[in-house]
Ligand binder design. Sequence first.
Ligand code: GTP
Ligand code: MG
Length: 329
Amino acid sequence: MSKEELDLESLEGVGTVTSQKLKDSGVRSVLDLAVRGPSEIAEVTGWDLGKATDLCNRARIKLVEIGKLEKDFVSASDLYKKRQAVERVTTGCKNLDDLLAGGIETQAITEFYGEFGSGKTQLCHTLCVMVQIPRERGGLESNAVYLDTENTFRPERIVGIAESRGLDSETTLQGITVAKAYNSAHQELIISELGEYIETNHIKLVIVDSAVAHYRAEFLGRGTLAERQQRLNRMLHLLLRTAEAHNVAIVFTNQVQSTPDVFFGDPSKPTGGHVVGHTSTYRIYLRKAGKNRIARMVDSPYHPEREVVFVLNEKGVDDPPPETVGRKK
Ligand code: GTP
Ligand code: MG
């Protein structure tokens, strides 16, 4: 896809003034325009919703014309072809790869939720390393963006994981861009600017660790619940559209909240409620089991609901050593 094709001024009716206004608002291409959607364009530019909707529609039509976006009515065979472009990143752990039917998918959002210490952040670090390795070994020879909301990114962990996997740590570090989000509005700003960064920096994996933490901290109490859900919903849909439009894998983590009204089974649920659950393409629940960790696929459109065992060690996430397999911890 050429840069001219995505130039804002290539859209009919968009002149230098309109395109400058869009650029000043952080909307740099036709793709950005379509991904952000009318209500957000209206909000960042101050235009009325009618004008924003009109522009976004024209952007969509243009993208369909150049084959960058699906038509509104699409044949199953075209959908099938698009699914063929889906790529997978290995987790570096065979059991987890099996659970995910080969690894983390592009064009999708994969959510990992679980209690503290269940391995969410370690898994995110491992993925940032694995996405860079050669394709024949399960990587995508591409780079990663780590959106850090809780200040948990540790470059020294990347060095450790890379070295214990026989990779050059300096090269690996260079393949990871860290963006720290200081509050939910900042997080949304970073996500809205991801598109261009992805295209110009050969990104195939975007991590958001944790996606929900700022929203949870900022919107306390029942009175703010509706607003929180609305903001979360918008942020997650922007992530999903980014995953689809740019063919990248998006992984986010989520904490669990204890639900004291549950007396049987596991008394923990992911935070964010239905909004989060309905946007994620895949949800995986991580929990501790002694020294091991257990991952369970929840609500996937086509994976069977099942569990696998993994461990956390110097390689990040890894398979349990052979002698402990089958033995109950
Ligand atoms: P929260 O963010 O607090 O919700 O937890 P999390 O799910 O992100 O947990 P995280 O991925 O940070 O896991 C922390 C655990 O990883 C620790 O309790 C250790 O057991 C393990 N861990 C971290 N680094 C190492 C390491 O270098 N070697 C080994 N063997 N284990 C490690
Ligand atoms: Mg963490």
